[in-house]
Design a protein around this ligand. Structure first.
Ligand code: R5P
Length: 297
């Protein structure tokens, strides 16, 4: 390819849509490894011949995340083997990021277990979308460019957002960017999750949302429990219409049914994760590659 700005080795987790965005909007030369699976299930990978001296390696670590992490390690070891340099990793979805501390005695810090090893291969910079715990990467002394996409995604909302709510205090920083960007009010819900049973509770509090269109801003939909509880709470507090803006969505028929049941009418998600089921019209997938382009020049 002629006239490209950067070369990206794109691994199996990068969604087709995002890959196309990186190619057309970031003007990147996308190269792919040759891959196969051995009969015992192990992965094989070989890099293409035409590889620049310095490249970006892109992988999104959604399920099966363990296989994708192994593929990532195989790729960067192969890059090193060719005496090439990884300028940065592009990790649109960073797996195992929620276990960022030892919540219960005897637990591992998953981020340490999985990402510390990247340093051996000279990887120092990670460009990521909405990592659950950026601090945990700083503790490992990575240069983390953590892109928060919600304000960009909010522009695709069909209804006018009048108030922004974070589903818990920890998510307030994301919601604040959207509220300030749109010039509307902001609050958070008083959410607790039982670490053993997983049960989610939201304590009642005063919210200035009566009759308003409210946007819930969060990083992940996993079971959908947090979002469903938040939607339910906000309707009970008088919200007229609710939009959810979430970076990474692991959607299933069950979670979509649950969200429909509590009355969610608009969900905006990004293309960091390949969706395994076809989505109803009220769920919109946004290409976030334009947010990555400025960091890979
Ligand atoms: C929690 O701290 C996160 O920000 C998400 O709200 C949570 O991980 C979503 O999980 P679920 O969909 O299973 O409630």
């Amino acid at each position: 390819m002629c006239g490209y700005m950067v070369q990206i080795l794109s691994l199996s987790g990068i969604t087709r849509d995002l890959e196309e965005g990186l190619r057309s909007k970031c003007k990147a030369d996308i190269v792919k490894p040759y891959t196969k699976i051995f009969p015992d299930g192990e992965q094989y990978l070989r890099l293409p011949d035409a590889l620049d001296q310095e490249i970006y390696v892109a992988q999104s670590l959604y399920p099966e995340q363990d296989r994708k992490i192994v593929e990532l390690y195989l790729a960067i070891e192969a890059v090193k083997g060719l005496d090439r340099k990884v300028k940065a990793l592009i990790l649109p979805y960073v797996a195992y990021a929620r276990q960022d501390k030892r919540f219960l005695v005897g637990e591992p810090i998953s981020i340490n277990a999985l990402y510390q090893g990247l340093k051996i291969y000279g990887v120092n910079t990670i460009v990521a979308i909405d990592v659950h715990s950026p601090e945990a990467f700083s503790r490992l002394e990575f240069r983390l460019i953590n892109i928060l996409p919600h304000l960009f995604m909010a522009k695709y909302a069909e209804s006018k957002i009048e108030f922004v709510v974070a589903p818990d205090k920890g998510a307030l920083h994301r919601a604040k960017i959207v509220a300030e960007g749109l010039g509307v009010g902001l609050d958070y819900l008083d959410k607790y999750r039982d670490r053993v049973t997983g049960e989610i509770r939201v304590n009642t509090k005063e919210l200035d949302i009566y009759g308003k269109t409210v946007a819930i801003v969060d990083d992940i939909i996993s079971t959908g429990g947090t979002l469903a509880k938040a939607v339910d709470t906000l309707y009970s507090a008088g919200a007229k219409h609710i939009i959810a803006i979430v970076s990474h969505a692991f959607l299933s028929s069950k979670s979509i049914d649950n969200l429909e049941r509590v009355g969610l009418k608009e969900l905006i998600i990004s293309n960091t994760i390949e969706q395994k089921i076809s989505l109803p019209k009220w769920i919109k997938v946004i290409d976030i590659s334009p947010l990555i382009c400025p960091y890979i020049l």
